[in-house]
Design a protein. Structure first.
Length: 405
């Protein structure tokens, strides 16, 4: 996998590599056209973008170069902003990521939903394979288990919670403030609900072209997206959290608008929703995704991280057992076939001299073959359950050599 995240690059660079669902679908399909790539999943969130592929062992492709070609970005310019991980390092990263232990806000579980959505999108477009499917599914299971069994001291947090906490540290309370949330997607709904729970008067924008019923969090009001600039001067705080490729708030839209009091703008989108030039207006304070950094974990959180880490390693071990078993099963089948053939050679003369009809002899041979195969399977898989993985694989190798001779 290769990835870019909030620790490696600012929001403007991350935006160059962000994917919408539609873009991710076509990109995954394009990557699968490359030789010896058998599976692909793209994870694109506000804080990170990652491309995952499963390849032939001797694959010599350049995933970063392929990504830059898809995004039409100069290949040499941003390579230092990306991290590349392979094999065990990649597996460990995904398990820790899905468990919320690599998020900008420790222990948040929004990443769990995002990883699930990335896997679902790959399934819909048939771009995943068995290895990526099982890897992602088991990492998601680990995340769910941690969510159930490990209590992080700050509970279920998202970036808006961190934003509110940061504002509170600066002496700003959202309680009683008039707020507008631009965007009614997942992030917009979480934002509106959180602001409402903290005592704010919240209005959510809804686009007119949307068909069907549009739900907004209980206790919030709604206005059409096109009316946002008329409503903005009444607001104390505005949060924009859309998947739009264009600015929802631009400098030119503020021309002719008088702000009679300070307004806080919070941009929770990647690419940006709010034009950075708005920070130059005298009554405006602008925050973006990179404004809210996670503070060092306290002692209680460190304890929770250790518990979560133990679950991660347990689930990773299960994945490796599956992976090793997947490779060894064809070898076991070959050993079984050789053993059954060996038995047939040893009893052929006895069966030939046994008085019976040829059809009965053929049926008996088939029954013996089936029984012998079951005995061999029972012995070999019994060894697997009784021995350490390394010792078991040595036994399999020994049996293979036995029949090579």
């Amino acid at each position: 996998m290769i990835g870019i995240d909030h620790s490696m690059a600012p929001v403007d660079i991350r935006a160059k590599f962000a994917f919408t669902k539609k873009d991710a679908s076509s990109a995954m399909e394009e990557l699968l056209q490359e030789n010896e790539i058998s599976g692909c999943i793209i994870l694109s969130t506000c804080n990170r973008m990652e491309v995952w592929v499963s390849t032939a062992e001797d694959w010599e492709g350049d995933l970063y170069a392929s990504l830059c070609k898809i995004k039409e970005v100069p290949a040499g310019q941003y390579r230092d902003c990306f991290t590349e991980r392979k094999d065990a390092e990649a597996v460990e990263h995904l398990f820790y990521l899905t468990s919320g232990l690599k998020s900008q806000i420790l222990g948040e579980d929004q990443i769990l939903t995002q990883v699930k959505d990335a896997l679902s999108l790959a399934r819909e477009h048939f771009t995943t394979d068995s290895v990526l499917e099982v890897l992602f599914r088991m990492a998601i299971t680990a995340g769910k288990k941690i969510k159930t069994e490990v209590a992080f001291s700050r509970g279920n947090l998202s970036v808006i919670h961190q934003a509110i906490a940061c504002l509170r540290e600066k002496g700003y309370e959202v309680k009683g403030k008039t707020c507008m949330v631009i965007g009614n997607g997942e992030m917009g709904k979480i934002t509106a609900q959180t602001l409402r729970e903290n005592g704010a008067d919240v209005t959510v924008t809804v686009r007119q072209y949307r068909s069907g019923v549009v739900n907004i969090p209980m206790g919030c009001k709604r206005i059409n997206y096109g009316e946002r600039m008329e409503y903005l001067p009444k607001c104390d705080l505005v949060v924009s959290a859309t998947a739009s490729p264009n600015y929802t708030l631009r400098r030119e839209l503020f021309e002719g608008i008088e702000l009679g009091h300070p307004v806080i703008l919070i941009d929770l989108a990647v690419p940006r929703d709010v034009e950075p030039a708005l920070a130059q207006l005298s009554q405006v304070t602008l925050y973006d995704m990179d404004s809210f950094k996670m503070e060092a974990a306290c002692e209680e959180q460190q304890e929770s991280m250790q518990k979560a880490g133990a679950i991660v390693h347990e689930m990773m071990e299960e994945f490796y057992q599956w992976l090793d078993g997947r490779d060894v099963i064809p070898r076991i089948q070959e050993i079984k076939a050789e053993a059954v053939h060996d038995l047939n050679l040893r009893i052929a003369k006895i069966l030939k001299n046994t008085p019976m009809e040829d059809s009965d002899r053929e049926r008996l041979t088939q029954v013996i073959d089936t029984a012998a195969g079951k005995v061999v399977n029972k012995m070999i898989f019994g060894l697997r359950d009784a021995l350490e993985q390394e010792a078991f694989l040595e036994c399999v190798a020994g049996l293979e050599k036995l029949y090579e001779e």
